[in-house]
Design a protein around this ligand. Structure first.
Ligand code: KIV
Length: 264
Protein backbone atom coordinates (compact mmCIF):
# COMPACT_ATOMS: atom_id res chain seq x y z
CA UNK A 1 0.00 0.00 0.00
CA UNK A 2 1.80 3.12 -1.16
CA UNK A 3 -1.12 5.55 -1.04
CA UNK A 4 -1.65 7.89 1.88
CA UNK A 5 -3.94 6.36 4.48
CA UNK A 6 -6.38 7.75 7.04
CA UNK A 7 -3.90 6.67 9.75
CA UNK A 8 -1.19 8.82 8.20
CA UNK A 9 -3.53 11.82 8.00
CA UNK A 10 -4.50 11.42 11.67
CA UNK A 11 -0.81 11.32 12.59
CA UNK A 12 -0.22 14.52 10.60
CA UNK A 13 -2.95 16.22 12.65
CA UNK A 14 -1.36 15.02 15.90
CA UNK A 15 2.04 16.28 14.72
CA UNK A 16 0.61 19.65 13.66
CA UNK A 17 1.64 19.06 10.03
CA UNK A 18 -0.72 20.78 7.59
CA UNK A 19 -2.40 18.65 4.92
CA UNK A 20 -2.88 19.82 1.31
CA UNK A 21 -5.98 18.79 -0.61
CA UNK A 22 -7.28 19.83 -4.05
CA UNK A 23 -10.14 18.72 -6.22
CA UNK A 24 -9.26 16.65 -9.30
CA UNK A 25 -11.45 15.34 -12.09
CA UNK A 26 -9.11 13.72 -14.62
CA UNK A 27 -5.88 11.72 -14.92
CA UNK A 28 -3.64 14.49 -16.29
CA UNK A 29 -4.33 16.96 -13.50
CA UNK A 30 -4.28 14.14 -10.93
CA UNK A 31 -0.74 13.30 -12.05
CA UNK A 32 0.41 16.93 -11.58
CA UNK A 33 -1.21 17.21 -8.14
CA UNK A 34 0.18 13.86 -7.00
CA UNK A 35 3.70 14.79 -8.13
CA UNK A 36 3.45 18.12 -6.23
CA UNK A 37 2.73 16.32 -2.95
CA UNK A 38 -0.99 17.02 -2.59
CA UNK A 39 -2.00 14.49 0.06
CA UNK A 40 -5.74 14.23 -0.72
CA UNK A 41 -7.33 14.32 -4.17
CA UNK A 42 -11.04 15.09 -3.90
CA UNK A 43 -13.20 14.07 -6.82
CA UNK A 44 -15.76 16.71 -5.92
CA UNK A 45 -19.25 16.93 -7.28
CA UNK A 46 -18.19 20.50 -8.08
CA UNK A 47 -17.40 18.78 -11.38
CA UNK A 48 -21.05 19.41 -12.19
CA UNK A 49 -20.29 23.12 -12.26
CA UNK A 50 -16.66 23.36 -13.43
CA UNK A 51 -16.63 20.45 -15.91
CA UNK A 52 -20.26 20.15 -16.99
CA UNK A 53 -21.22 23.83 -16.75
CA UNK A 54 -24.30 23.16 -14.62
CA UNK A 55 -25.67 25.85 -12.29
CA UNK A 56 -25.40 23.62 -9.20
CA UNK A 57 -23.96 20.23 -8.19
CA UNK A 58 -27.42 18.65 -7.99
CA UNK A 59 -27.59 17.04 -11.47
CA UNK A 60 -24.36 15.02 -11.01
CA UNK A 61 -24.96 11.25 -11.08
CA UNK A 62 -23.24 8.35 -9.34
CA UNK A 63 -22.08 6.97 -12.69
CA UNK A 64 -20.44 10.33 -13.50
CA UNK A 65 -18.66 10.35 -10.13
CA UNK A 66 -17.38 6.82 -10.79
CA UNK A 67 -16.16 7.81 -14.27
CA UNK A 68 -14.12 10.76 -12.94
CA UNK A 69 -12.93 8.83 -9.90
CA UNK A 70 -11.47 6.11 -12.14
CA UNK A 71 -9.63 8.71 -14.17
CA UNK A 72 -8.15 10.40 -11.09
CA UNK A 73 -7.17 7.05 -9.63
CA UNK A 74 -5.42 6.10 -12.89
CA UNK A 75 -3.45 9.36 -12.91
CA UNK A 76 -2.19 9.19 -9.33
CA UNK A 77 -0.45 6.70 -7.08
CA UNK A 78 0.33 8.47 -3.80
CA UNK A 79 -2.56 10.68 -2.70
CA UNK A 80 -5.59 9.46 -0.81
CA UNK A 81 -8.59 9.41 -3.15
CA UNK A 82 -11.72 10.94 -1.63
CA UNK A 83 -14.90 10.95 -3.70
CA UNK A 84 -18.12 12.90 -3.20
CA UNK A 85 -21.40 11.10 -2.76
CA UNK A 86 -23.62 12.92 -5.28
CA UNK A 87 -27.01 14.42 -4.40
CA UNK A 88 -29.51 11.77 -3.18
CA UNK A 89 -27.05 8.88 -3.55
CA UNK A 90 -27.01 8.76 0.27
CA UNK A 91 -30.70 9.44 0.96
CA UNK A 92 -30.86 6.42 3.31
CA UNK A 93 -28.16 4.35 5.04
CA UNK A 94 -28.94 1.41 2.71
CA UNK A 95 -28.63 3.56 -0.39
CA UNK A 96 -25.41 5.12 0.93
CA UNK A 97 -23.91 1.65 1.44
CA UNK A 98 -24.77 0.70 -2.11
CA UNK A 99 -23.44 3.96 -3.57
CA UNK A 100 -20.25 3.91 -1.49
CA UNK A 101 -19.64 0.31 -2.51
CA UNK A 102 -19.79 1.32 -6.17
CA UNK A 103 -17.53 4.36 -5.62
CA UNK A 104 -14.94 2.10 -3.99
CA UNK A 105 -15.22 -1.00 -6.20
CA UNK A 106 -15.71 0.70 -9.56
CA UNK A 107 -14.18 4.13 -8.91
CA UNK A 108 -11.27 3.17 -6.66
CA UNK A 109 -12.27 5.59 -3.89
CA UNK A 110 -10.54 5.22 -0.52
CA UNK A 111 -12.98 7.52 1.28
CA UNK A 112 -16.41 8.97 0.56
CA UNK A 113 -17.57 12.47 1.47
CA UNK A 114 -21.16 13.10 2.54
CA UNK A 115 -22.89 16.41 3.11
CA UNK A 116 -24.86 16.91 6.31
CA UNK A 117 -24.63 16.98 10.09
CA UNK A 118 -26.42 15.05 12.81
CA UNK A 119 -29.10 13.87 10.33
CA UNK A 120 -26.39 11.75 8.64
CA UNK A 121 -25.30 10.06 11.88
CA UNK A 122 -26.93 6.66 11.15
CA UNK A 123 -25.54 6.68 7.62
CA UNK A 124 -22.01 7.44 8.85
CA UNK A 125 -22.35 4.68 11.46
CA UNK A 126 -23.49 2.15 8.82
CA UNK A 127 -20.64 3.06 6.45
CA UNK A 128 -18.05 2.90 9.24
CA UNK A 129 -19.40 -0.50 10.35
CA UNK A 130 -18.74 -1.77 6.82
CA UNK A 131 -15.17 -0.49 6.81
CA UNK A 132 -15.85 2.52 4.59
CA UNK A 133 -13.92 5.67 5.55
CA UNK A 134 -16.11 8.78 5.67
CA UNK A 135 -15.50 12.52 5.52
CA UNK A 136 -18.51 14.51 6.79
CA UNK A 137 -19.07 17.88 5.08
CA UNK A 138 -20.50 20.65 7.33
CA UNK A 139 -21.18 24.37 6.96
CA UNK A 140 -22.19 25.50 3.48
CA UNK A 141 -23.68 22.42 1.81
CA UNK A 142 -23.79 22.91 -1.97
CA UNK A 143 -26.32 20.06 -2.34
CA UNK A 144 -28.66 22.00 0.01
CA UNK A 145 -28.21 25.30 -1.83
CA UNK A 146 -31.96 25.73 -2.29
CA UNK A 147 -32.70 24.91 1.37
CA UNK A 148 -29.87 27.12 2.69
CA UNK A 149 -31.10 29.98 0.48
CA UNK A 150 -27.97 30.36 -1.63
CA UNK A 151 -24.21 29.97 -1.14
CA UNK A 152 -23.92 31.65 2.27
CA UNK A 153 -21.50 31.54 5.17
CA UNK A 154 -22.87 29.20 7.88
CA UNK A 155 -22.52 29.29 11.68
CA UNK A 156 -22.32 33.05 12.06
CA UNK A 157 -24.94 33.18 14.85
CA UNK A 158 -24.58 31.47 18.22
CA UNK A 159 -27.27 28.83 17.62
CA UNK A 160 -25.81 27.90 14.23
CA UNK A 161 -22.30 27.70 15.65
CA UNK A 162 -23.40 25.54 18.58
CA UNK A 163 -25.31 23.18 16.26
CA UNK A 164 -22.21 22.78 14.07
CA UNK A 165 -20.01 21.96 17.08
CA UNK A 166 -22.55 19.33 18.18
CA UNK A 167 -22.77 17.93 14.63
CA UNK A 168 -18.98 17.58 14.48
CA UNK A 169 -18.83 15.62 17.76
CA UNK A 170 -21.82 13.44 16.82
CA UNK A 171 -20.28 12.52 13.47
CA UNK A 172 -16.89 11.76 15.01
CA UNK A 173 -18.63 9.52 17.56
CA UNK A 174 -20.54 7.79 14.73
CA UNK A 175 -17.24 6.87 13.06
CA UNK A 176 -16.37 9.69 10.64
CA UNK A 177 -12.63 9.73 9.86
CA UNK A 178 -12.51 13.33 8.71
CA UNK A 179 -14.57 16.53 8.61
CA UNK A 180 -14.77 19.20 5.94
CA UNK A 181 -15.95 22.70 6.89
CA UNK A 182 -17.05 24.97 4.03
CA UNK A 183 -17.54 28.72 4.48
CA UNK A 184 -17.63 29.01 8.25
CA UNK A 185 -16.14 31.74 10.46
CA UNK A 186 -12.44 31.09 11.16
CA UNK A 187 -12.94 31.17 14.95
CA UNK A 188 -15.66 28.50 14.79
CA UNK A 189 -13.56 26.29 12.49
CA UNK A 190 -10.65 26.59 14.93
CA UNK A 191 -12.89 25.58 17.85
CA UNK A 192 -14.22 22.52 15.99
CA UNK A 193 -10.68 21.52 14.95
CA UNK A 194 -9.55 21.60 18.59
CA UNK A 195 -12.65 19.70 19.76
CA UNK A 196 -12.22 16.61 17.54
CA UNK A 197 -9.38 14.10 17.14
CA UNK A 198 -10.02 13.51 13.42
CA UNK A 199 -8.47 15.81 10.78
CA UNK A 200 -10.55 18.82 9.71
CA UNK A 201 -10.29 20.15 6.16
CA UNK A 202 -11.30 23.77 5.57
CA UNK A 203 -12.44 25.72 2.52
CA UNK A 204 -13.23 29.30 3.43
CA UNK A 205 -12.76 28.23 7.06
CA UNK A 206 -9.60 30.11 8.00
CA UNK A 207 -6.06 28.98 8.80
CA UNK A 208 -6.59 27.07 12.06
CA UNK A 209 -7.80 23.78 10.58
CA UNK A 210 -5.69 20.71 9.83
CA UNK A 211 -6.01 20.77 6.03
CA UNK A 212 -6.96 23.12 3.22
CA UNK A 213 -8.86 22.34 0.04
CA UNK A 214 -9.70 24.48 -2.98
CA UNK A 215 -11.51 23.76 -6.21
CA UNK A 216 -8.64 23.22 -8.67
CA UNK A 217 -10.07 25.48 -11.37
CA UNK A 218 -10.57 28.32 -8.85
CA UNK A 219 -6.93 28.20 -7.73
CA UNK A 220 -5.80 28.16 -11.37
CA UNK A 221 -8.04 31.13 -12.11
CA UNK A 222 -9.90 29.35 -14.92
CA UNK A 223 -13.38 29.00 -13.38
CA UNK A 224 -15.70 31.26 -15.38
CA UNK A 225 -17.14 34.20 -13.45
CA UNK A 226 -16.09 35.64 -10.12
CA UNK A 227 -13.56 33.71 -8.02
CA UNK A 228 -14.78 32.99 -4.46
CA UNK A 229 -13.26 35.44 -1.97
CA UNK A 230 -11.73 32.59 0.07
CA UNK A 231 -9.80 31.25 -2.94
CA UNK A 232 -6.58 32.50 -4.53
CA UNK A 233 -5.28 32.42 -8.10
CA UNK A 234 -1.93 30.63 -7.68
CA UNK A 235 -1.33 30.47 -11.44
CA UNK A 236 -1.22 34.28 -11.68
CA UNK A 237 2.15 34.26 -9.87
CA UNK A 238 3.55 31.01 -11.31
CA UNK A 239 5.21 30.06 -14.60
CA UNK A 240 2.99 27.04 -15.26
CA UNK A 241 0.40 24.73 -13.69
CA UNK A 242 2.86 22.41 -11.85
CA UNK A 243 4.53 25.51 -10.34
CA UNK A 244 1.14 26.92 -9.27
CA UNK A 245 0.20 23.65 -7.56
CA UNK A 246 3.64 23.47 -5.89
CA UNK A 247 3.14 27.05 -4.62
CA UNK A 248 -0.25 26.08 -3.18
CA UNK A 249 1.20 23.05 -1.38
CA UNK A 250 4.03 25.18 0.04
CA UNK A 251 1.61 27.92 1.16
CA UNK A 252 -0.65 25.39 2.92
CA UNK A 253 2.33 23.72 4.60
CA UNK A 254 3.97 26.93 5.81
CA UNK A 255 0.64 28.51 6.82
CA UNK A 256 0.86 31.46 4.42
CA UNK A 257 -2.46 30.40 2.83
CA UNK A 258 -5.15 31.27 3.76
CA UNK A 259 -4.55 34.86 4.88
CA UNK A 260 -7.08 37.03 6.72
CA UNK A 261 -8.29 38.22 3.30
CA UNK A 262 -9.60 34.68 2.62
CA UNK A 263 -11.45 34.33 5.96
CA UNK A 264 -14.93 35.03 7.30
O1 KIV B 1 -17.27 19.28 -4.61
C1 KIV B 1 -16.33 19.94 -4.16
O2 KIV B 1 -15.45 20.41 -4.87
C2 KIV B 1 -16.30 20.19 -2.73
C3 KIV B 1 -15.44 21.32 -2.28
C4 KIV B 1 -16.27 22.53 -2.15
C5 KIV B 1 -14.71 21.02 -1.06
O3 KIV B 1 -16.97 19.54 -1.97
Amino acid sequence: MTRITTTRLKRMKQDGEKIACLTAYDASFAHILDAAGVEILLVGDSLGMVIQGQETTLPVTLDEMIYHSRAVRAGSDKALLMVDMPFMADASPEQALHSAGRLMKEGGAQMVKLEGGERMRDTVRALAAHGIPVCSHLGLLPQSVHKQGGYRVQGRDEAGALAMIEDASALEAAGADMLLLECVPATLAAEITRAVDIPVIGIGAGPDVDAQVLVLYDMLGITPGKRPSFSHDFLAEASDIPAAVAAYVKAVKDGSFPTSAHCF
